[in-house]
Design a protein around this ligand. Structure first.
Ligand SMILES: C[S@@+](CC[C@H](N)C(=O)[O-])C[C@H]1O[C@@H](n2cnc3c(N)ncnc32)[C@H](O)[C@@H]1O
Length: 218
């Protein structure tokens, strides 16, 4: 019995020693991850949720994040948790109706709203229930982060990028999900076009990202 207690105490001390070395932002992430993980979605977990959370955290106060393709809110909440306690804001653009080509789910707006609400993130998220190309026509705000995960068709991904491109501030971070051979549309859009407008390209599993160059249209 005493031996078991000793083992438990040693394990607890070891756990605390490791915990002390975890970066505070990661500590915060691991606290909210179980809630994020209760939302259905398509991210490569947990690395992409963590990447979205950390990236939102790194943005300046009042930053505007535009997400195209929110589904039930898994990526939205990863971003919005990174905005808590700040004036940063996520605009979540989705028809919430899927599309006929690469997404067969239908009618999940209520579930999206419920998830945002139960995570306590409603103050940080504005859902826009419309096609992304429609939203872009009247969009009139500077964007500090653009996350593209809507239609995965080549032309649609390009349209999402180029429609919002004029609104991206220099240094804006652009991320595209599903840059992988199994998604030829997103992959081709990224490699043939999008990445050439960005600098400091990086990858987090199937998520590709880069920063808008400071010289316009370069
Ligand atoms: C792969 S899911 C997004 C997954 C989400 N980011 C997550 O982490 O769970 C793609 C979403 O894009 C939406 N979508 C597809 N085409 C769209 C369009 N043209 N405009 C707006 N949303 C669209 C679908 O309704 C669907 O919710």
């Amino acid at each position: 019995m005493r031996r078991l207690q000793r083992v438990k105490s040693v394990l607890k001390q070891a756990g605390m020693a490791i915990y002390k070395h975890v970066h505070p932002i990661d500590r915060e992430f691991w606290q909210v991850y179980p809630t994020i993980n209760s939302i259905e979605g398509f991210l490569v977990s947990p690395v992409q949720e963590r990447w979205l959370f950390r990236t939102a955290k790194s943005l300046p106060d009042k930053a505007i994040i535009v997400e195209i393709g929110s589904f039930k809110g898994r990526s939205t909440c990863s971003l919005a948790y990174g905005c808590r306690g700040t004036n940063k804001h996520v605009f979540a653009i989705d028809t919430f109706e899927g599309n006929d080509i690469d997404f067969t789910y239908r009618g999940f707006f209520e579930e999206f709203l419920y998830n945002i609400e139960r995570c306590g993130l409603s103050a940080y998220v504005t859902p826009i229930q419309e096609r992304s190309s429609q939203v872009a026509k009247s969009w009139d705000n500077p964007v500090h982060m653009l996350f593209i995960d809507g239609s995965h068709q080549y032309q649609d991904v390009l349209t999402d990028f180029y429609d919002f491109f004029p609104h991206l501030v220099p240094g804006c971070i652009v991320a595209v999900h599903d840059v992988v051979e199994t998604w030829p549309g997103t992959s081709k859009a990224w490699h043939k076009h999008i990445k050439h407008h960005l600098r400091n390209i990086g990858y987090c599993s199937t998520l590709a990202y880069g920063f808008k160059k400071h010289v316009a249209n370069n």
